[in-house]
Design a protein around this ligand. Structure first.
Ligand SMILES: Nc1nc2c(ncn2[C@@H]2O[C@H](COP(=O)(O)OP(=O)(O)OP(=O)(O)O)[C@@H](O)[C@H]2O)c(=O)[nH]1
Length: 632
């Protein structure tokens, strides 16, 4: 029998001598759109009370503006454990938090991998939003038991019947008997039924009996590392879901991925604060500290085992994949060490950001950062701006393009400077592919036209829409190139729908595309830092737009400067910056007209010469104006 003593849970939450069967463990998460009541329900169900100061409200206030605007919840995944008695039997309920946005799909799926069920929470006044829909799909694909819940039914504006119908059709729920629970997390109405549903509907963790361990009788220890955090004094704190066996203090463990070995210093459960226990057993979810110094050593999705007791690793481990890249440079290049330090400090708590150094002739030394998505980038940028108090230049985001060669080799290119020049002339390149996403937009029907138009102008394909309910809310889906949504798509979506549209997207792989590298020439000389990758159909438009922008910010020179946008050898757009006219005849009083003409002709000649050999220096401010995403 797989019993385990819960020494410390017992002290905090339950009577002495408590033992719990693995079959009485329930690991679940709550998936919800921002403000639909996730924290309130977690507080209410796990502690039975709501902190008067309102933990939910605290989180509400702590949230970065960008997180609120874009509709995501805190990306800190902390499990909470509690004991609940039902029908005379005690159950250990582990709530594993999940980020609400699919930018973090990798984090969503890793935290869902540690669960067997998910509470799908929908606000009865707001209805289903795009974020709830995409996280729902991830949970469904993982085969989790979904418990649909309608929250905030106490509010006068609640429309429980209408929203329930919306949930039936959107989530493909059979209405008879209706599995949707109707609750008010705030007043506590119906919350008891939620706990009952977790116990009755969510299956217990499946114990994978690996070979017997050295301790005989216990299966081999196998832990799934699904999150980690960093503490200045204790190093890396890993959150682990125990798949089989037992882990105790002092055990020697090994990472399957890195093969590095560690000594377990402390372990325990989260209830909701860390509560140290003697052991973590199969079915349990808890924290482990060992002598792991760097957060980069904790690979999310990795399998941990006891040294010398090999186990089959958990399937599907893949390191996080950056989907959006941007360069970050200090405005004053002397500040680079300080900027790098701030970035490193931030990545201690957000390991999904990739960093490499980048140097640009125009902007000096900087870092190239890779993010999971656009929102992740915006959140990181805002944190960086808060942390690092000098100005930074964040270059326009790019996505990782895939260059496929005729000899079947593939190369990922995320910096336009490395993009092949003119595909046809090299002869080696077969095609270029770009990442695409499946986008979902939920919007009232009167904005459907605007939304379709927006998608069309961003190269959408496979556009489809359907009504979610009788109140006229529509789900619009489309396949869009990721590069089209990394800049200002979200802002346009919000302004063209008067703020009513909610938007989310999922990775949909790669697709061949007619992409070209656009270079910009100042006085016929290319400026590397300005190169862009654009779709062939937009080359004229983008070229014209950019030369106009450059024309505005480049200071006039003593000679005329052509500003050109080129694709290969073809100039697609041009503006001419006129010369500053120095009045060379100003000092000539009287005299013959031909004397003046001679001076003017001399000036013309020397300007021609200057133009031939002259370099146009772009001042730092001009780069700031042009490259900064804020001005795009
Ligand atoms: N009237 C009413 N208000 C509720 C209910 N549940 C939550 N709220 C309120 O809705 C707001 C958002 O609730 P949260 O629990 O913070 O929502 P959340 O989904 O966790 O949001 P984030 O933490 O920001 O992601 C708070 O002001 C809550 O007090 C409910 O059942 N009824």
């Amino acid at each position: 029998m797989e019993d385990f003593p819960c020494h410390l849970i017992r002290c905090v939450l339950s009577p002495p001598n408590l033992t719990i069967l693995t079959s009485s463990c329930r690991n679940f998460s709550i998936i919800a759109h921002i403000d639909h009541g996730k924290s309130t329900l977690a507080d209410r169900s796990l502690t039975g009370t709501i902190d008067k100061k309102g933990k939910g409200n605290q989180q509400f206030l702590d949230k970065l503006k960008v997180e609120r605007d874009r509709g995501i919840t805190d990306e800190n995944l902390t499990p909470h454990s509690m004991i609940h008695t039902y029908n005379g039997q005690r159950y250990l309920l582990n709530l594993i938090d999940t980020p609400g946005h699919v930018d973090f799909s990798w984090e969503v799926s890793r935290s869902l991998a540690a669960c067997q069920g998910a509470l799908l929470l929908v606000d009865a006044t707001q209805g289903v939003q795009a974020q709830s829909l995409s996280v729902f799909h991830v949970a469904k694909d993982r085969g989790l038991e979904i418990v649909p819940i309608l929250n905030k039914i106490d509010l006068p504006a609640a429309q429980p019947n209408l929203i329930a119908a919306q949930m039936h059709s959107t989530f493909d729920i059979t209405p008879d008997p209706d599995p949707i629970l109707r609750i008010s997390a705030k007043t506590g109405l119906g919350v008891e039924a939620v706990l009952k549903a977790i116990i009755e509907r969510v299956p217990p963790p499946q114990i994978l009996s690996e070979g017997k361990g050295e301790r005989g009788g216990e299966g081999r220890f196998k832990g799934f590392l699904f999150d980690s955090s960093y503490d200045r004094y204790r190093g890396v704190i890993s959150l682990v879901s125990v798949q089989s066996g037992v882990l105790r203090k002092g055990d020697k463990i090994q990472s399957h991925h890195t093969r590095k070995r560690y000594d377990v210093i402390d372990l325990g459960i989260m209830s909701p604060e860390e509560v140290s226990t003697e052991s973590l057993r199969e079915g349990q979810v808890g924290y482990v500290t060992c002598n792991m110094k760097e957060s980069s050593e904790a690979h999310i999705g990795d399998t941990l085992h006891r040294v010398g007791e090999l186990v089959d690793p958990m399937p599907g481990f893949k390191p996080s994949k950056a989907m959006v890249y941007a360069g970050v440079f200090p405005v004053d290049s002397n500040d680079f060490p300080k900027l790098e330090e701030s970035i490193k400090r931030l990545t201690l708590t957000d390991r999904s950001v990739t960093i490499s150094r980048e140097s640009s002739t125009a902007l000096g030394q900087g870092c190239r950062l890779g993010f999971l998505g656009t929102l992740h980038m915006d959140v990181f940028r805002q944190r960086l701006e808060d942390e690092y108090d000098a100005s930074i230049i964040v270059t326009a985001p790019t996505v990782p393009y895939k260059v496929v060669y005729k000899d079947k080799k593939e190369k990922f290119v995320s910096n336009p400077t490395d993009f092949p020049d003119v595909l046809d002339s090299s002869g080696k390149v077969k095609e270029v592919q770009e990442p695409i996403v499946t986008a979902s937009i939920i919007v009232p029907e009167e904005y459907l036209g605007e939304m379709m138009d927006l998608c069309f102008t961003h190269r959408a394909t496979a556009m489809d829409h359907r009504y979610l309910d009788s109140s006229g809310r529509i789900l619009l889906t489309a396949v869009l190139p990721l590069s089209e949504i990394v800049t200002d798509f979200f802002d346009k979506l919000k302004s063209r729908s008067s703020g009513f549209a909610s938007f989310d997207y999922e990775d949909a792989g790669y697709q061949a595309s007619n992409l070209v590298k656009m270079s910009f020439l100042l006085n016929s000389k290319p400026v590397d830092a300005l190169a862009l990758i654009v779709h062939r159909s937009a080359e004229q438009e983008v070229g014209r737009l950019w030369v106009k922008k450059l024309h505005k910010v480049i200071p006039r020179q003593l000679f005329e400067v052509p500003i050109q946008a080129a694709v290969g050898n073809k100039i697609v757009a041009r503006e001419t910056l006129s010369a500053v006219r120095a009045d060379v005849t100003a000092g000539l009083y009287g005299g013959h007209y031909e004397r003046k003409l001679k001076h003017l002709n001399n000036q013309k000649e020397s300007k021609k010469k200057m133009k031939r050999i002259g370099n146009v220096d772009l001042p730092q401010e001009a780069f700031f104006d042009i490259l900064s995403t804020k001005n795009r």
